[in-house]
Design a protein around this ligand. Structure first.
Ligand SMILES: *Cc1c(COP(=O)(O)O)cnc(C)c1O
Length: 359
């Protein structure tokens, strides 16, 4: 393990040996009492972390499964997709591929979503669903979730779908209080698990909507998840090893304390921010809207990012991100999500200090 290349990219993130060990628990049948006990063991903790009394579901898919599933379960009229980065931009494309009518509320990458714009769009009465990415991992922007939720809740018949893939358990998220309709996250980012598992919850409004839609399919049918969860099971055979990992991580989160976990992310994020300022770099995201789980650095100094990645990998055994999609090379990102500590982030920054003069 000590010889591997350590991940400092914003997903998949580094996984602890203890998590791998938990995942190596002997296999069980997914219709057995053992699986029921496993699901029952983590369900209350997941509800607490999501801030909900609703059932919490485990989908053996990456986050995109539930992002697409939300479209298929909820959109009857038209979906408004808040687009401001690689992941949010793709959601409108996914909606159209599902045969749904959609409109992009498009922002420049790096610009936060403005709740007033959503309000103006919803006032037309054309839309029944909004897709929103809380933490746009490609740009390092954290969008104003509470404000957006407050606006959508003015419209009783509009469902709000929120992606928290890179912000879940990084900052508080209150599903019930904010009146969100679908909240989803994936395993390989903020939760520091291997890829392949999505965790999500659904409001009664969204279940009601889904029950009026005929072509929900099977694999991502919210009502199928609900029916099975009532028996502490999943619709089909889940990735049980990753769920063992999830049980371990949920226990770790409560052992650390959720407030302490938020504070750790904030502190590590501040250490990264300090380093950025000291080194004369600029932030891609505006002040007040910066992610707490990763930082997108604007390459204002025009360094050779690919070379930096190469040196970090070859000389320091660290996998560094080189920027996502159309901002590859003109930006790069440092992740502090998951199980990172002052020591591991300190080491990352020390290695960058050693590598930077060479690029
Ligand atoms: C990584 C990411 C996704 C996509 O996750 P997959 O696991 O590839 O499906 C979606 N949304 C956000 C915000 C992400 O960071």
């Amino acid at each position: 393990m000590s010889e591997h290349v350590r991940l400092h990219i914003p997903g998949p993130v580094e996984i602890s040996p203890a998590t791998y060990e938990a995942m190596a628990t002997p296999m069980i049948g997914h219709r057995s009492k053992d699986f029921v006990a496993l699901y029952d063991d983590i369900h209350p903790g997941l509800q607490e972390l999501l801030g909900t009394q609703q059932p919490v579901f485990l989908s053996t898919s990456s986050a995109w499964g539930i992002m697409e599933g939300s479209i298929r379960n909820l959109v009857k009229k038209k979906v408004l997709c808040c687009c401001s980065g690689a992941f949010s931009d793709k959601w409108i494309d996914v909606a159209r591929r599902c045969g749904k009518e959609g409109e992009a509320l498009q922002y420049e990458w790096g610009t936060p979503v403005d709740p007033a714009d959503i309000d103006a769009k919803l006032a037309t009465g054309e839309f029944d669903t909004v897709t929103f990415i809380h933490n746009e991992t490609s740009t390092g922007v954290m969008n104003p979730l509470a404000e957006v939720a407050a606006v959508v809740r003015k419209y009783d018949d509009v469902c709000l779908v929120v992606d928290t893939v890179s912000s879940f358990t990084v900052v508080p998220i209150e599903f019930d209080k904010l009146g969100i309709d679908v909240l989803l996250t994936g395993s390989q980012k903020a939760l520091a698990l291997p890829p392949g598992l999505a965790v999500f919850t659904v409001s009664d409004r969204a279940f009601d909507r889904a029950s009026t839609i005929d072509d929900r399919g099977y694999y991502f049918d919210f009502l199928e998840f609900k029916k099975n969860q009532a028996k502490s099971m999943t619709p089909s055979t889940p990735c049980i090893a990753t769920i063992y990992g999830l049980r371990h991580q949920v226990k770790q989160i409560f052992a650390e304390g959720i407030e302490a976990r938020f504070a750790r992310h904030e502190k590590l994020n501040n250490i990264v921010h300090e380093w950025i300022r000291e080194n004369g770099f600029e932030f891609f995201a505006p002040e007040g809207f910066r992610s707490k789980s990763l930082t997108c650095i604007a390459n204002n100094k025009g360094i050779d990012v690919a070379k930096l990645q190469q040196i970090m990998r070859e000389e320091h055994k660290i996998q560094l991100d080189g920027g996502y999609g159309k901002i590859k090379g003109t930006s790069f990102r440092l992740s502090n999500m998951g199980d990172e500590t002052e020591e591991t982030i300190g080491n990352l920054l020390n290695c960058l200090d050693a590598a930077l003069p060479k690029v």
